[in-house]
Design a protein around this ligand. Structure first.
Ligand code: AMP
Ligand code: MG
Length: 414
């Protein structure tokens, strides 16, 4: 599965990663905290919905036989023997030739078998004039019509959205067993880095990666902690890793994985037999570290430091891993085929990810053009892009008008 000498393909590297990742155990959460997650249990309704026969309209509960002859010309007039409001706990009943005024959601009185909406009457309080006949069951919501006792309200693996949250509450559940959000720690390495808000001195720069990767991890569905900056110092790095590993399910570092003299992450972690540092046949983002560390074999991603390399690596390798941990079945973003609106060169033997602007033409077809250069320090063009254009390893030139594969980069895509 390697291309040239020592390069590993993107596909092979991703397969290695996914092979070593497993979802954390399900946990029980308060209902609203379960939103956006997958249910890890089947919920069976203990009682029916609606729980009792009730009126679907504001109107009059009648016996259908009494209004069978009602019409515009010859309305039927009935005495109104009571009022039933929603929430009424009193059992009402309607005898022959009588009716009661009833509000939406109020329990149907015994004896009555339909509701005539107030709009089809004169709205009378003591007596009411009814202008239409009613069929049995008209405007009555039957007990159990929505959910019967014993029905499955939500299955295992169902995404919990607003409707599911509503249904679960309706069947009496305020907690749910779900696949939890993995806890992700993001840590930046580099002696040149300063925290945002601190003016960078000579040769220093602001740590933007930890913010960017934290945002990306959160967008992928993780619960994120930014652990700040670690200088290029082996002892400090190992100390920081040890402190963080116990509180997360996945750890991401950026920087220190290339060929430089102070690439401490690679130097320090390659000694662990469980970590591997490889070159992947991609651009940007060739140097990649991945493995597991700590007692719980926590997955650790060591991404390159250049911001665009870091974010592209996250997209290609970390996002699918987080989705797998969330229990999702579709790990990769859905790609679209688009027409290249400009020609593009691409290096041989590297899967290239170009920043692009994707647009839907009037014809309904997608067109895409590259934005900015290919430099992996050019973060502004990444921020202008709304997609990554994927150019295969074997392809060295894409002509204008050719079809290319594109990953749309949507925010908070499920
Ligand atoms: P490295 O992979 O550590 O050699 O980093 C490559 C380059 O990426 C550095 O020279 C910085 O310019 C940049 N860089 C590394 N880490 C960060 C970071 N956390 N935030 C912003 N830029 C970074
Ligand atoms: Mg560095």
């Amino acid at each position: 599965m390697t291309t040239t000498s020592s390069l590993r393909t993107v596909t092979a590297h991703l397969a290695e990663i996914l092979d070593r990742i497993s979802p954390p155990d399900p946990i029980e959460l308060a209902l609203l905290d379960a939103q956006g997650l997958l249910s890890a249990e089947e919920v069976v309704a203990a009682s029916p919905l609606p729980g009792f026969d009730n009126s679907a309209m504001d109107g009059y509960a009648v016996r259908t036989g009494d209004v069978a002859e009602a019409s515009e010309e010859h309305p039927v007039e009935l005495p109104v023997v009571g009022d039933i409001a929603a929430g009424s706990r009193v059992r009402h009943s309607v005898g022959p030739g009588l009716c009661v005024r009833i509000m939406t959601g109020a329990p149907m009185p015994t004896g009555a078998d339909a509701v005539v909406p107030v709009e089809q009457t004169d709205g009378g309080v003591a007596r009411v004039s009814i202008r239409v006949p009613a069929e049995r069951g008209h405007y009555v919501r039957r007990r159990g019509e929505d959910v019967q006792a014993g029905d499955v309200a939500i299955r295992v693996d169902t995404p919990v959205g607003p409707a599911q949250v509503g249904l679960l509450a309706a069947v009496g559940r305020d907690r749910l067993l779900v696949r939890p959000r993995p806890r992700v720690v993001v840590l930046s390495t580099g002696s040149e880095l300063v925290e945002v808000g601190v003016p960078p001195g000579p040769g220093e720069l602001i740590d933007s990666n930890s913010y960017m990767l934290a945002a990306a991890a959160r967008d992928a569905g993780a619960e994120v902690y930014r652990a700040g900056i670690v200088p290029d110092d082996k002892r400090r790095l190992l100390g920081a890793l040890e402190a963080q590993l116990s509180r997360c399910d996945l750890l991401i570092t950026s920087g220190g994985v290339s060929m430089g003299a102070f690439d401490v992450v690679k130097e320090a972690l390659r000694e662990f037999g469980t970590m591997e540092f490889v070159k992947v046949a991609m651009q940007p983002g060739a140097p990649q570290g991945f493995g597991t560390l700590g007692e719980r074999s926590t997955p650790v991603f060591c991404l390159p430091g250049n911001p665009v390399s870091s974010l592209v690596s996250f997209e290609v390798f970390v996002r699918p891993a987080i989705r797998l941990m969330l229990g999702k079945h579709r790990l990769m973003r859905q790609t679209v085929a688009a027409t290249a609106l400009e020609p593009m060169d691409s290096p041989a033997g590297r899967q290239q990810y170009r920043r692009g602007l994707l647009d839907r033409e009037d014809s309904g077809e997608y067109g895409v053009r590259p934005v900015g250069g290919t430099g992996s320090h050019l973060l502004a063009s990444m921020a202008q892009a709304n997609c990554l254009i994927v150019i295969d390893e074997a392809v060295t030139f894409v002509a204008q008008g050719e079809q290319v594969t594109v990953f749309p980069l949507l925010l908070s895509s499920g």
